[in-house]
Ligand binder design. Structure first.
Ligand SMILES: Cc1cc2nc3c(=O)[nH]c(=O)nc-3n(C[C@H](O)[C@H](O)[C@H](O)COP(=O)(O)OP(=O)(O)OC[C@H]3O[C@@H](n4cnc5c(N)ncnc54)[C@H](O)[C@@H]3O)c2cc1C
Length: 454
């Protein structure tokens, strides 16, 4: 490929600081929260939809891959640059208009999730989907990954709140869905949600807001075995109780968290912990406590102090960062299974950890059946690194056998693309690839992500 002349692109961008061709000192943009990395030719910091259009047109003319990027907190390699391609960061597109009477908001893709939540709070409203990364991740990244979160057991995930999208397509036109267009035939917006930047670059997002719910009661239950904790999760679902939050953390994940926090917020002498938020003054709290005891919890505490409860939730949000900080090399999987199969899955993970040279632990949004299984190489030795892939494969196969999925919320990206056939039949995969080819015939958007080939 000849040398690319970027003058033409920089002249059509809104700001003189929007195009970076010297990526020295831009290490943060070469990776996400996985261990994968790539080296782009240039990074565009889009400030408006026209900047995205100009960049897409430039990439199409020069046949260059284009990777959209929010905050880079992804856990499947989705925004990792393609070597020799371009990255378009939408982090500067932080527009926000709240219509409190309609209970809606229109957001730029670079708005950080917590910024939306904080702004909505001023009107007595909230945006419930709250990935643990919500103080860093962007709305664009949340939509592109179909993010879940702690409160999703009760309130639903990102797709349940998106009411419209604007997106720049591979031919440089603007696709409008939901509130941005007149009618909703074909539900094209649904195709874009969780498409991981492979179909279009999202330039504006309409979401629904709800009245801020009352803060509930935080319950911490600790167990002598992971299966007992997981059985409690299964029983809570079976009895029809819908807690606001239902999180599982095994003892080793709690130990990592304590080491990272340099504190002992979570008791790591136990095999597993459930952190639960129920509706305040509801009968649910008593029923949940009863189910915890029935499943032999060894410690049960209702946290009445709001600051301490809040601190516990912050500690939970930081668990992923704790693993990343402590291990030499870490892969975080995010399988999900039906709640009734959750005990089988946690027993399987505990057994893997017993016989593996790796440190394997787990935590996750158990209420949604989601389990983040961490495969950690603590020394970076060959023995540990060689063990990684077969262990991951075993986990993914088992999750699908249990009626579950390869990814509850983190997406396929680079990390899980070769495992797609475990979960999807030939016809389904064929139709997914046809959709990709229809939207992006030249395969400019995030090539190689989700599908190794299209
Ligand atoms: C500590 C930690 C906790 C986490 N907890 C959760 C959790 O509870 N729930 C959960 O679901 N995830 C969680 N994640 C994963 C991650 O935060 C989410 O996937 C999040 O939605 C990614 O947002 P981002 O802005 O960082 O996107 P990025 O990582 O920058 O990108 C993610 C994907 O979105 C695409 N993308 C980004 N912006 C656009 C755009 N404008 N148009 C089109 N495509 C775009 C990218 O190409 C890429 O494929 C966690 C990650 C960390 C590090």
């Amino acid at each position: 490929m000849g040398r690319i002349d970027f003058d033409d692109l920089s002249g059509s961008l809104a700001s003189s600081t929007a195009l970076i061709t010297d990526i020295t000192d831009r290490d943060a943009y070469l990776h996400d929260a996985t261990e994968e990395r790539g080296t782009p030719l240039a990074i565009v910091f889009a400030e408006c939809e026209d900047d995205i259009v100009a960049t897409v047109d430039f990439c199409r003319r020069h046949n260059l891959p284009l990777v959209a990027r929010g905050a880079g907190t992804g856990l499947s390699g989705g925004c990792v640059p393609i070597d020799g391609g371009l990255v378009i960061s939408t982090e500067r597109m932080k527009g926000l208009r709240i219509d409190a009477r309609q209970r809606t908001a229109v957001c730029g893709p670079g708005l950080i999730t917590k910024q939306l939540v904080d702004a909505a709070t001023e009107y007595g409203l909230t945006y419930p989907p709250d990935p643990a990364s919500y103080d860093e991740s962007t709305l664009g990244g949340n939509v592109a990954e179909g993010a879940g979160g702690l409160r999703c057991k009760r309130f639903g995930v990102t797709k349940d709140y998106v009411i419209g999208l604007r997106a720049v397509t591979a031919d440089g036109r603007i696709l409008k869905t939901g509130i941005f267009c007149d009618h909703q035939a074909f539900g094209l917006g649904d195709l874009l949600i969780a498409s991981e930047g492979t179909l279009a670059v999202i330039s504006e997002i309409g979401v629904r807001l709800i009245e801020t719910p009352a803060i509930g009661t935080t319950i911490l239950a600790a167990y002598g075995s992971p299966e007992d904790a997981a059985q409690t999760v299964s029983d809570i679902t079976r009895t029809g109780i819908v807690p606001t939050v239902l999180e599982y953390i095994d003892g080793d994940a709690a130990a990592c968290s304590n080491e990272y926090e340099k504190a002992d917020w979570l008791d790591d002498r136990v095999a597993a912990i459930l952190l639960i938020e129920t509706r305040r003054l509801g009968e649910d709290t008593e029923k949940v406590k009863h189910l915890c005891r029935e499943n032999r919890c060894v410690y049960l505490h209702v946290e009445e102090n709001a600051a301490k409860a809040d601190r516990l939730w912050t500690v939970r949000r930081n668990v992923s960062k704790a693993m990343k900080a402590l291990a030499k090399y870490r892969v975080s999987e995010d399988v999900a299974v039906p709640n009734s199969r959750f005990p089988v899955l946690v027993a399987f993970v505990a057994e893997m950890n017993r016989r593996s040279p790796l440190r394997i632990n787990a935590y996750g949004h158990a209420g949604d059946g989601n389990l983040h299984v961490n495969f950690m190489s603590m020394t970076g030795s060959d023995t540990e690194l060689v063990a990684m892939e077969p262990e991951i494969e075993r986990l993914l196969k088992r999750a699908v056998e249990l009626g579950g999925t390869l990814t509850g919320e983190h997406g396929i990206g680079l990390a899980k693309r070769k495992y797609l056939p475990y979960e999807f039949g030939v016809a389904t995969l064929d139709y997914m690839k046809r959709v990709k080819r229809l939207f992006d015939p030249a395969n400019i958007f995030n090539p190689g992500k989700i599908f190794p080939t299209v």
